[in-house]
Design a protein around this ligand. Structure first.
Ligand code: PFF
Ligand code: NA
Length: 452
C-alpha cells in the first residue's frame, strides 16, 4: 500500500538536504552576521547553537519525516490531531518565501550575464537600484520591470519542470548536478579570492575575535537565528524531504552530515567574501570595516565593484553569480516542495495538479515583487518572515512535540533503532528546555526592539 515516492539513494537524500540548507544564507548572511557579532569570537556561540539546537532539531525533523512518512501538516496531525496547524503554519511561511526567493535568483541570473560586459559601469549601486530595478519612486507600484520579469518566468519554468518530474527523477537529479557543481565553482572562487592582494587584511578583520561581545545576549540570539535559517529548520522542508527516505536509513548520522556540510560551506563563504572585501578595501584605500555589507547590498552593489577591479573579471563575475543561482535554486526547490506535498496529501490530488496549483499561485504572487518598488516589499516581507515567522514556527514545533504531545522519548527510541549514533538524554534536554528558552527569548527581543 505504501507507494510514496522515495529517494533513489542515501547520497541523493543528503545532496537534496544539503541543497536546501546551502543557500543565500551561507553566502551573504553568515559572513556579515559573524563579523558584526564578535568576528572570530562568534564561532563559540555559533558552535553552541549548532550543537544544542541545529543538529538536535534536524535529527527531530528527520525522525518525524521518516516515522510518519508525510508532509509536515499530516506528520504533525499523526503525532496529535490538534497539531496539524503547526505544519500548515510552516508550509505557509515556506510559501511566502517561495514568492520572493526566486526574485533574487532572477537578479543573479541577469548579473551572471551582465558580468561579461560589466554592465553596471562604475557605479554599481545606482545601476542596481536605478537602471536595473527602476525603483525611482520607491514604494509605489508601477509597471513590471522587464529585466526582472523574463528571468523570473524562466526560473519558474525550471522549478515547475523539476518539481513535476518528482522526488527521484526531478529533485534528486537536479541536486546531484547542482551541488557538486556549486562546490567546484565555490572552491575556485575562494582560491581566487584569497590570492588577491589585500585578502589577508580582509581575513584578519573577519577572524579577529572581539570577546567582549560574547557577554551580549543579542550575539547568542544572532547565532541561533543564523543556525535556524541556515539549516532550513522549522520551514517544513526537512520533514518533507525525510518523509521520502527509504525505511532503512540512518537518521542521526544524516543529520550530522547535513549540519557539518552546511557549516563548512558557511565558513568557506566567510573566507571568500572577506578575502574579496579585503581586496576591495586595499584597491579603494578604505578600511575593511567600511566596505562590509551583507544581503542584497553585498551581492548586487559591493560584489559588482569587486569584480570590476579583478583580473579576468568577466569569468569570476559569472562564477560568483552562477554560485548564487545554484545555491538559491536548490533551496527554492525545497521550499516549494513543502506545499506541493502538503496540497497533494490534503486534497488527494496528483503531483501534477498540486504543482500547477501551488506553484502557479506562488508564481503569480511573485510578479508583485517584479514591479517597480518591489524591492521595498521584498525587504518588509523578508524582515517579518525572518524575525517572527520562523522563530514562532520553531517555538510552536518544539513546545508542541516536547511538552504537548510529550513525544521526545518516543522519537528518541525510534531514531536510535535506525541510527549508528545513539541519542541520550542530552538530546531531550536540548529540545525540551534549551531551544524553547532561546526561541522565546529571541521572540521577546525582536518584539521589544520593534516596539521601541
Ligand atoms: N537554508 C537556506 C540558506 O541558508 O540559505 C535558506 C533557506 C532555504 C531559507 C529555504 C528558507 C527556506 F525556506
Ligand atoms: Na544554509
Amino acid at each position: 500500500m505504501d507507494n510514496r515516492s522515495q529517494w533513489g539513494s542515501r547520497l541523493g537524500f543528503l545532496l537534496a538536504a544539503m541543497g536546501s540548507a546551502i543557500g543565500l544564507g551561507n553566502i551573504w548572511r553568515f559572513p556579515a552576521t559573524a563579523y558584526e557579532n564578535g568576528g572570530g569570537a562568534f564561532f563559540l556561540p555559533y558552535l553552541f547553537a549548532l550543537l544544542t539546537a541545529g543538529i538536535p532539531l534536524l535529527i527531530m525533523e528527520y525522525t518525524i519525516g521518516h516515522k510518519y512518512r508525510s508532509s509536515a501538516p499530516r506528520s504533525f496531525k499523526r503525532i496529535s490531531k490538534g497539531m496539524e496547524w503547526i505544519g500548515w503554519w510552516q508550509v505557509i511561511i515556506s510559501f511566502v518565501i517561495s514568492t520572493y526567493y526566486p526574485i533574487i535568483i532572477a537578479w543573479a541570473v541577469m548579473y551572471a550575464y551582465f558580468s561579461f560586459g560589466q554592465s553596471w559601469g562604475d557605479d554599481a549601486t545606482s545601476f542596481f537600484v536605478g537602471d536595473f530595478l527602476q525603483v525611482a519612486d520607491a514604494g509605489t507600484f508601477g509597471a513590471i520591470v522587464p529585466s526582472v520579469l523574463f528571468p523570473l518566468l524562466g526560473l519558474w519554468a525550471v522549478v515547475f519542470i523539476i518539481l513535476g518530474l518528482g522526488v527521484k527523477k526531478g529533485i534528486e537529479v537536479a541536486n546531484k548536478i547542482f551541488i557538486p557543481l556549486l562546490a567546484i565553482i565555490f572552491i575556485i572562487i575562494v582560491i581566487r579570492a584569497v590570492t588577491l592582494p589585500g585578502a589577508v587584511e580582509g581575513l584578519n578583520a573577519f577572524f579577529a575575535p572581539d570577546w567582549s561581545q560574547i557577554k551580549d545576549g543579542s550575539v547568542w540570539v544572532a547565532a541561533y537565528g543564523q543556525i535556524f535559517f541556515s539549516l532550513s529548520i522549522a520551514f517544513a522542508i526537512m520533514i518533507t524531504y525525510s518523509s521520502y527516505l527509504p525505511k532503512k536509513s540512518d537518521i542521526t548520522n544524516n543529520a550530522f552530515i547535513t549540519g557539518l556540510a552546511n557549516s563548512s560551506f558557511e565558513l568557506l563563504a566567510g573566507i571568500g567574501v572577506f578575502a574579496a572585501l579585503g581586496f576591495m578595501a586595499s584597491q579603494t584605500d578604505q578600511a575593511v570595516a567600511d566596505v562590509v555589507q551583507g544581503g542584497v547590498g553585498l551581492a548586487f552593489m559591493v560584489f559588482p565593484e569587486i569584480i570590476s577591479e579583478m583580473p579576468a573579471s568577466g569569468l569570476f563575475g559569472f562564477l560568483f553569480f552562477a554560485s548564487l543561482v545554484l545555491a538559491g535554486l536548490s533551496s527554492m526547490i525545497s521550499i516549494s516542495e513543502t506545499y506541493i506535498a502538503g496540497i497533494q496529501e490534503k486534497f488527494n490530488v496528483s503531483r501534477r495538479v498540486s504543482v500547477t496549483i501551488g506553484g502557479g499561485l506562488a508564481a503569480i504572487v511573485s510578479l508583485f515583487y517584479a514591479n517597480q518598488g518591489g524591492l521595498n516589499l521584498l525587504d518588509t516581507v523578508d524582515y517579518f518572515i525572518n524575525n517572527y515567522g520562523v522563530a514562532l514556527a520553531g517555538l510552536f514545533e518544539v513546545v508542541a512535540i516536547a511538552w504537548f504531545a510529550r513525544s521526545l522519548k518516543d522519537l528518541q527510541n525510534y531514531a536510535n533503532d535506525v541510527s549508528d549514533i545513539r541519542l541520550g538524554s542530552w538530546w531531550r534536554l536540548c529540545l525540551g528546555i534549551i531551544t524553547p528558552v532561546v526561541l522565546g527569548f529571541m521572540m521577546l527581543q525582536n518584539l521589544l526592539g520593534d516596539l521601541k
